[in-house]
Design a protein. Structure first.
Length: 436
């Protein structure tokens, strides 16, 4: 009863704020991405607080733009093209969306697939649509970034506390001091690493933004350094090698990309290489990189059986929420559990939404990076730094995706489309690029 009362109060306050300003809805959704963990039923249908927030924001958005819908529908029906290059984003999104919907039909369990489709495809793309029509400038983006980081601070702090206490870690093996892996409010260490690692570039961006604004007079350097340290510690305590390699890989990629940082990046690579070669970490690191450790061998086995399954289902894959069922006849290691996803971003999408859905995803990624590099040629100062931050966050997600599943979770799916939307907003702010 108390839970229901608190939910009603929360949604009433949220509705009030969104009715006043749609931007507040986007900020609060960004701050409360992990609220998908709070579940309840609405008219007999299972849902989450995150889904409720997106639905309320969507209804407010539809009402606010009710006078514009006739023109929007007319443009689509009559084939009026969107300004370049956003028309390509539109069709890539349509391709991705359509084949995600088809995968509900091809899945063995349509009801389960429909729930996954709603949470991982429909609602994130709705969020994306609201975002690109609501966010107008860098100041709006700054507020949303602040929401992302602020909402993650207590989650990261709790993860660090868990390392020293073991409190509320759901697995006894992870809870044991000798083998401890923190989870914070999530059910798995990887969920925490996948959530926090892509936020690190945004902490650095906030530091740079406020430092420029105050000229270093207000002590923001210490504040953001502490936040960054807590986030990074929490990621380390998850013991996710994929997340750590993604962070390092992103830093080195952008360090080598720009002439001003290339020398120091080469120096870091040499020093880090010598340290690993001469330290006791050499063998564990080699085992992880070469997939010779337990988790590496498990992933190699998983990828092999997934590829064999896809060779028999090349067009439609397994269907949404059906990987564990469809891959079972191909399962190799009898002692190992079958994971919900094959822990590789290419195989994840191919298995879930089929080959053409994967093509749509890769098309979106190509457009994202093409836009980012084009904008970096034209922007400077903080505008350039913002684009680099968005690219760095996406790069961390993609590198994690080589060995994990950085999309197929409620918060991560919305975050992926949030990054997409941030890039589109930067395109719209750059009129020269839009006209090309």
């Amino acid at each position: 009863m108390l839970f229901n009362i608190l939910l009603i109060i929360f949604f009433l306050l949220f509705t009030y704020l969104v009715a006043r300003n749609l931007l507040w809805g986007l900020i609060l959704i960004s701050a409360f991405l992990p609220s998908y963990l709070v579940r309840f039923e609405l008219l007999g249908l299972p849902t989450t607080v995150l889904e409720g927030m997106i639905l309320i924001t969507f209804l407010a958005w539809v009402y606010k733009h009710k006078a514009d819908w006739g023109g929007v529908v007319g443009d689509v029906v009559h084939g009026r093209s969107l300004p370049n290059p956003l028309n390509r984003w539109f069709w890539a999104t349509i391709l991705f969306f359509v084949f995600s919907l088809i995968s509900v039909y091809t899945a063995p369990n349509h009801w389960a697939a429909l729930g996954v489709w709603r949470a991982y495809f429909l609602e994130p793309i709705i969020f994306f649509s609201i975002f690109i029509s609501t966010v107008k400038n860098r100041e709006d983006l700054y507020k949303i970034i602040w929401g992302l980081v602020l909402g993650a601070i207590p989650i990261a702090i709790f993860g660090v506390i868990q390392q020293f206490t073991g409190w509320f870690i759901p697995n006894l093996y992870w809870q044991a001091e000798a083998t401890r892996r923190v989870t914070s409010i999530f059910g798995h260490p990887l969920a925490l690493a996948l959530f926090l690692a892509p936020l690190l570039p945004f902490v650095v961006y906030l530091f740079d933004h406020d430092f420029r604004k105050t000229k270093g007079l207000m002590g923001h350097d210490l504040f953001y350094s502490i936040i960054f340290f807590i986030f990074f510690l929490a990621v380390i305590f998850t013991q996710s090698m994929g997340a750590l390699l993604a962070i390092v890989g992103s830093v080195l990629f952008f360090g080598l990309l720009f002439r001003r940082t290339r020398k120091i990046s080469f120096l870091i690579i040499i020093v880090a290489g010598l340290f690993l070669w001469l330290s006791p970490l050499k063998e564990p690191f080699r085992e992880e990189v070469m997939f010779q450790g337990f988790s590496g061998q498990l992933r190699v086995s998983m990828w092999g059986e997934t590829i064999e399954m896809l060779s028999d289902h090349p067009l439609w894959g397994a269907g949404l929420s059906a990987y564990q069922t469809v891959v079972r006849p191909y399962h190799i290691l009898a002692w190992a559990e079958i994971y919900p996803y094959p822990h590789n971003i290419i195989l994840n999408f191919w298995s879930e939404i089929g080959f053409f859905g994967l093509v749509g995803f890769l098309w979106l990624i190509l457009l994202f990076w093409r836009a980012g590099f084009e904008l970096m040629k034209q922007k400077k100062g903080e505008d350039l730094w913002l684009v680099e931050t968005i690219l760095a966050s996406m790069l961390i997600m993609l590198i994690q995706g080589l060995v994990d599943a950085p999309y197929f979770k409620n918060d991560l799916a919305v975050f992926f489309w949030l990054l997409m939307a941030m890039m589109v907003v930067n395109i719209k702010m750059n009129q020269k690029y839009v006209r090309t």
